[in-house]
Design a binder for this molecule. Structure first.
Ligand SMILES: [Zn+2]
Length: 135
């Protein structure tokens, strides 16, 4: 089961729509050519840039991780402990996403490993990006 909260709103809708097409979409400023995530109404750098959505390669690297032993979300407690890994995108290491690394035992996260995006389907049909270790 996915452990990510999914609350699409006007800003993040293209991200979730992309996920449903099994695409990792990240907001990009056309003016200064910078990626940003999570999405915002304006570019964080130039503030008046024109924003677009760009499809990523879906490849990244594990930067770091923590193991969650005491999650406040009750529906997740039966899965404890679980990993929360920080994944840097290859396109821009400054763009970081979180993953539970399905299939990787808690506290056995290979930091520095290459990962690629996969999509998990929630009961409501929404796809959620997750990451797995690349072969
Ligand atoms: Zn900009």
């Amino acid at each position: 089961m996915s452990k990510q909260g999914v609350n699409p709103d006007e800003l993040s809708q293209p991200f979730w729509d992309g996920a449903n097409d099994n695409k990792l979409m990240i907001q990009n400023c056309i003016t200064c050519n910078k990626l940003q995530h999570p999405p915002e109404a304006e570019c964080r750098d130039c503030e008046n840039g024109e924003l677009e959505w760009k499809e990523m390669s879906g490849k990244g690297k594990i930067y770091n991780y923590v193991v969650v032993y005491d999650c406040p979300v009750r529906t997740l407690q039966e899965d404890q402990p679980f990993n929360v890994a920080v994944v840097m995108l290859n396109e821009d290491p400054g763009i970081q996403m979180y993953s539970h690394l399905p299939g990787v035992p808690a506290d056995e996260v290979p930091v520095g490993s290459d990962v690629e995006v996969i999509f998990e389907k929630l009961p409501n049909g929404q796809h959620v990006p997750e990451w797995k270790i690349s072969n």
